[in-house]
Structures are given as C-alpha cells and as structure tokens.
Design a protein. Sequence first.
Length: 273
Amino acid sequence: MPFFTVDGQALHYIDQGTGPAVLLAGSYLWDQAMWAPQIAALAPHYRVIALDLWGHGESGRLPENTTSLDDIARQAQALLDHLDIDQITLVGLSVGGMWGVRLALSAPHRLNGLVLMDTYVGVEPEPTRQYYFSLFNQIEESGEISDALLDIVVPIFFRPGIDPQSALYQDFRAKLAGYSSERLRESVVPMGRITFGRDDLLPRLGELNAATTLVLCGDQDKPRPPTEAQEMAELIGCPCVLVPEAGHISNLENPQFVNDALLKFLAERDSRR
C-alpha cells in the first residue's frame, strides 16, 4: 500500500490503472474503500488515485499544522506532484468536494474536470454546525462513538429507506464503533471541526469552469440536500444531476448510475483534450 509523507505524516492512497488521471476524494468518516465500485469501473480506462483523509483508513494522524480545508487541498496537490501527475479530473464527495473546490480555485491548471458530489461549499448552516460540534464534544470527552451516537450518526449518511441490517449499513457502523480514543481525539474530531467550521466559497464558484464541471447529488441526501447542489450548479453554470434512490453516499447506494455518469463525463473530457 503506497504512502506519501507530507507535513510529517504518512498519507495513504491507492493508485490503479493507466491513462488520464482521476482523483477520488471521499467523505468524512469514510476511507478510500468507499470508492470500490467506481475504481472497478474506471481503472480499466483511467489512472485512478484515491486517498484516505487524515485519521481515516490507513493514513496517519492529522498533522499539527493542518487547520483548514485549504491545507488538505495543498497536501493533495503535493501528492500529485509526488506522482508526477500534471492534470486530473477530481471527483469529490462531501468533504472531498469541499477541499476539491479549493484545489480547483488555487490550481485551476491542474484540473481537466471537476465533479462535485453530495457536497456544499457554503458555510454550514449555524444550527447544524452547533449540533455537529456538540456531537464532537461528546465524542472527545468519552473517547468513543457510543451506541447512542451511532444510532444518530450512521443514518445521516444513507437514504431513509435503507435496510439497517444491510451489509453497507452495518459495516459502516462497525467501522465507526472500532475507532480508538486516540484516533478520535487526534484526528477524527479535529477533522470534523475543520469540515463543519469551513468558510464560505459560494461567492467564488463563478470562477470555476462551467464547461468542465458537474454537480451530482443523491435525491434523498439529508445532510447535503439537493437544494444545495442546485444552488451551487446555478452559481457555477453547470449541470446538476440527481442520483435516484440515494442518500449522502450516493456512489454506494446507486453505484451503477454514478458509474455511468462519471464515465460519460470523463469521455466528454477526453474528447476535448
């Protein structure tokens, strides 16, 4: 498993396939394994890079000087430099889209295309921010994500009709329950505060290239509802596509629809090279 040391910590990533490069940037509380259906679909045609957030998957702890999503974007760009990749199509879901937009704005020459999935780059609505921060405080104090908190947190990521006994649901719940106190306090909770305490990038969305940007959102996404996706797409001037029968982790709840949308988008980018 390849690692890249940046800001004193080991960032874990996977690198599969050959061809034009695609960087997959995933959700808070998920690791690169969430992209398994997309990697299987894309790797026969593209070079697919997927990384683990700090404190997630196999990546090391959050570096001490990492205090914003701009830092995460800078670290991802350093990974691209390390891999000698000049240009990517970036597919960012949730926090992956939040820092992905920052990478697109700071280094537009590095992007051949941008797909924003189930994400929002405006500030977190204040009631939601306060609620999430109260959960972070509970987790930090107890050093665990208790069963009671799991009952609150896990359903947030899925459409309301999902079978709670499904492997997708139960595997995610088990992974969260297994986080060590050290990982939670050093990385997961601080990463959450960075994510939900972000600044507002809505005024800068017009700087993105509308012709090479796509917004995707699960039609039943609760934390990042379709209204947010549509607002961003209007500000960018790009298409907004709703993923049917999907919640926040839309790429896993309706992988075939997402795969088809990504392959179509990537083929359009390839034809314009």
